[in-house]
Design a protein around this ligand. Sequence first.
Ligand SMILES: Nc1ncnc2c1ncn2[C@@H]1O[C@H](COP(=O)(O)OP(=O)(O)OP(=O)(O)O)[C@@H](O)[C@H]1O
Ligand SMILES: [Mg+2]
Length: 485
Amino acid sequence: MKSVILLIDCDRNYRQTCKIVLQGFGFEVVTAETGLRGAILATENSYDLIMMDLRFAEIPALELLAFIKCKSDRKKTAEIKKRCGDLTSDSLNRNTPVIILTALKTDEESELARQSGAVEVLLKGVDNDVLKLKIEQAIAESATSVSYPHELGDGIFLGDNPVYKKILNFIDKIAESNKPVLITGESGVGKEVIARLIWQKSSRGENVFRVCNCTGVTKEMVEDTLFGHTKGAFTGATSERKGLLKSAQGGTVFLDEIAETGLDFQAKLLRALQFGEIQTVGSDVVEYVNVRFLAATNRDLAKEIVQSRFRHDLYYRFTFTIHVPPLRERVDDLPRLASYLLTKAAVENLKPVQVISDEAMKAICAYTWPGNIRQLQNALEYSSVMAAGSEIGKDDLPDYISGVPRADYQPQSLEEIEKQAILDTLRYTAWVKTKAAKILEITPKTLRDKLEKYKVVQPVPVGKEEVKEDGAAADDSELDGEGEA
Ligand SMILES: Nc1ncnc2c1ncn2[C@@H]1O[C@H](COP(=O)(O)OP(=O)(O)OP(=O)(O)O)[C@@H](O)[C@H]1O
Ligand SMILES: [Mg+2]
């Protein structure tokens, strides 16, 4: 699918020429002949990129830019919407990259435009190849980064589950710290939701939240995406790239799926995490960034470390670790979470208020939800559409919930299930056996007996000696893992 660019420029000749050039690059182009027309189009539709001039007759360009990037205050936003004929739709997305293309610019204007959210400020005579590269880079960068409005904090279900509550209390304590946080948990448990909460509760909540999805780019490109490159750093590097870290100064960077990165890159990340030190690809100069690092993984990092796929020294750079429990361990929250997600789905599907029948709720509670909250959300979105009336019946649920065994179901003996539960709990408590026994509601002695019976031994902790400087590891597995929720 072609990327769509909105081009806002009052100069008719330039608009037409530029449109032809952009179409020649393979983009679809929508044009606006005035700043206010640009504001209307940007509000009514979403675009992959917006290109705009710095001079408009009827609105200061920086005001328009701030509006497009959702950076205007409420009063200004309302004023601009009123001038555009009382706009009601709102497709504005602060994440849409904006490039300024102007005939005249001062350094001060360029700086102000950047502060207002422009990714590039270019002169109209810029070389076509450079223009194409800048556009492609801006679109690619915005695809790997997402920023969220603060209000989303309210769309989070908190629940009463003691483990989840403990995580929320822990977040209150650590939000203000600038130290890195690692969030672990199965796919779909809400790791990104937790990352966003930390950001919102921190004093950096007013600043950017940038996401680097480490699986979304190739292993080689992760370094380039985060650290940027100098012009000529490698073949094809025809211009410099700022990199996500430098563009997130003062903000928070979320490294999603961090275990998917290569060992070389992980080595480079060490100093960034500890001292904010970075080196642009192709440069010898060490620079400093002021960002808070959050990261997530659904892999078992202990296993990754043993198999030399994740650096133990990087693991211990994370001062705080949060393990988000799978949904099957939050069954106490399941009925209310399901009702909450159904209401959200009904609102989105423009359906009247819907409720879950007792029979359907029983099936929901009996299911194990391997895909966690995401799977539950999808199932309820499906059911919300399927239900003829205002009640979700058992038959409205996807087949995999309503009694038909899961395709990936593996028959297991009770002993196998018990052994697995013990292992999972021990991993969850970082092998603190007293804690594990408490969660399993058995005595420490019973736990010891079962470990012996099932021949379960703690894996050799990797590289503990090396990390003593961080104070993050303790040799006695009966001690509490520091900073662990
Ligand atoms: N506490 C919550 N309240 C409401 N919705 C939630 C909550 N936690 C997670 N979700 C929803 O569940 C879905 C998955 O959440 P999220 O993307 O944060 O999970 P994840 O652990 O990062 O998953 P993955 O490992 O697959 O990337 C999202 O749609 C999110 O909105
Ligand atoms: Mg995620």
